[in-house]
Design a protein around this ligand. Structure first.
Ligand code: MN
Length: 487
């Protein structure tokens, strides 16, 4: 096993951060580290290594994602309330409420354990709400989970299977929806050998040979394309051979498609050529040049630039026949598209944007969350993967401040009002949904932003409301209020 020296590793973390942060701010990160180290003093992980290695690895991953300092500090402190004698209040006292709230979010999330399908609904809902309150919580959870997966072999087999399954079915699926392709791939690949050990072994056996053959063939194609692009004055920023072999689990899923039927020779993009060029116009010009050089395979040209994937992924894809009759996939994109594909929503949530600007970004995130909600309904694959069908009878609506309120399907603004506060329900006279005045018995949809219009002189709820409300909470509160009003 590698000798892991926490002090040295922490030094590396600081080094990464120095590029983008002031020295004085980094002092806080050091204090957070010292606090965590002290708190976890004497504790070890199941693997036998000092406990501090885990929060430190988590923080390093967050720094790699370019996240802001409060997130990195929360990464260092994330297991303190659960595993040590120190509390969230201690963290708040020492590091302020922003860091404390992040740690609290991650602590709550940590209590949700995957226990099979019956427990999904509740867990996913809580996770969803935690995310909508502060998306950084899920980033910390990803980083935490990645390190847990790396040290998973130290745990008993049942635990390995549970954690690995949960990582694929829930966390990787969420990372995918957030467009965080890199994290999704890492989560899946670390979990894969624990969930499907036999298939993993099989794939590791057949892959290297196939891979080598194809890589060799691509070198020639690459040289041809480089020359042609130079002639046409298209600068190449990056030209890499991108192997699906890097993401074993996604290759495994592809191999299991009926039309592939575990025949690796049918996976055309086992190795793809990835071209990063300066502008969108260059992308299309490059596509044209490639099609002049090689005959494209019908039905395999995908314009994800004009029509991005639901998670925001953009690129031009084409599969062509080379002179020697081989089949090669090209992926063409700009730097910006490339970063988005790797980091997804986290690319928008880095230090540059979030410093002192949290509110603006929270609103932006909520907007993205709303879009995501809408997409969930059309995305069959997502529904299958994380079994969102459990959600079908629930909707998520928002207060004007962006808080998520979770209601049963067909709920009305009255249900919403009582869910927020009894007073709001009792005094409600109207509602605005997405800035439009609506009647109190109208049906809310997921993603609606609901604002309740009140009249403080209103005596109380109308008995008719009992006929239209969906939630038992609203029903009982309306009955209570009516009983009180009775002379
Ligand atoms: Mn942890």
């Amino acid at each position: 096993m590698n000798q892991f020296d926490p002090q040295k590793e922490f030094g590396k973390l600081l080094e990464t951060l120095t590029e983008n942060h002031r020295q004085s701010d980094l002092e806080m990160v050091r204090l957070a580290y010292d606090f965590a180290e002290e708190a976890h003093q004497g504790q070890t992980r199941a693997s036998g290594e000092p406990y501090i290695n885990h929060p430190l690895a988590t923080a390093k991953k967050l720094a790699e994602l370019n996240l802001d300092l409060p997130t990195i500090m929360a990464g260092l402190l994330h297991d303190v309330p659960e595993e040590t004698i120190f509390t969230i209040a201690d963290i708040k006292k020492n590091f302020g409420s922003e860091v404390a709230q992040l740690v609290e979010g991650i602590t709550k999330l940590g209590k949700l354990k995957y226990r099979g399908i019956e427990r999904y609904a509740d867990n996913l809902r809580k996770m969803f709400i935690a995310m909508s309150q502060d998306i950084r919580v899920i980033f910390i959870k990803f980083a935490d989970r990645l390190h847990n997966l790396k040290t998973l072999s130290a745990l008993p087999p049942e635990k390995q299977l549970r954690i690995a399954t949960e990582s694929i079915e829930i966390y990787a699926a969420i990372a995918d929806r957030l467009g965080m392709g890199k994290i999704k791939g890492e989560l899946e690949d670390l979990a894969f050998p624990f969930v499907y050990p036999e298939d993993y072994k099989w794939l590791k056996e057949i892959l290297p040979k196939e891979y080598k053959i194809r890589e060799k063939k691509l070198e020639k194609v690459k040289r041809t394309v480089v020359k042609k692009l130079a002639e046409k004055n298209i600068p190449i920023e990056v030209f890499s051979i991108h192997g699906r072999a890097k993401h074993l689990y996604s290759l495994y899923k592809k191999l299991n498609r009926p039309q592939v039927n575990r025949d690796i020779s049918k996976v055309y993009d086992l190795i793809a050529l990835r071209l990063v060029v300066p502008t969108v116009a260059d992308c299309y010009a490059t596509l044209g040049i490639i099609h002049q050089l090689y005959r494209p395979m019908p039905g395999r040209i995908h314009d994800f630039v004009a029509q991005p994937k639901p998670n925001g992924y953009q690129s031009l894809h084409t599969t062509v026949f080379t002179e020697s009759g081989d089949v090669v996939e090209f992926q063409i994109r700009t730097i910006k598209m490339h970063e988005e594909a790797e980091f997804g929503i986290a690319a928008h949530w880095n230090y540059k944007e979030s410093n002192g600007n949290l509110n603006k970004n929270s609103v932006k995130w909520i907007r993205e969350l709303l879009d995501w909600q809408k997409q969930i309904k059309d995305s069959e694959q997502f529904i299958q993967t994380i079994k969102m069908d459990i959600f079908q009878n629930r909707i998520f609506v928002f207060t004007p401040k962006g808080d998520v309120i979770d209601l049963p399907e067909n709920s009305t603004p009255i249900d919403f009002a009582y869910q927020v506060h009894s007073w709001l329900g009792d005094k409600c006279v109207g509602a605005r949904v997405n800035d439009q005045l609506v009647s109190l018995d109208s049906k809310l949809k997921s993603g609606d932003i609901v604002e309740i219009v009140t009249d403080k002189n209103r005596k109380g709820p109308s008995p008719d409301w009992l006929e239209v409300v969906k939630t038992s909470m609203a029903k009982s509160k309306i009955r209570n209020a009516i009983n009180k009003l009775r002379p």
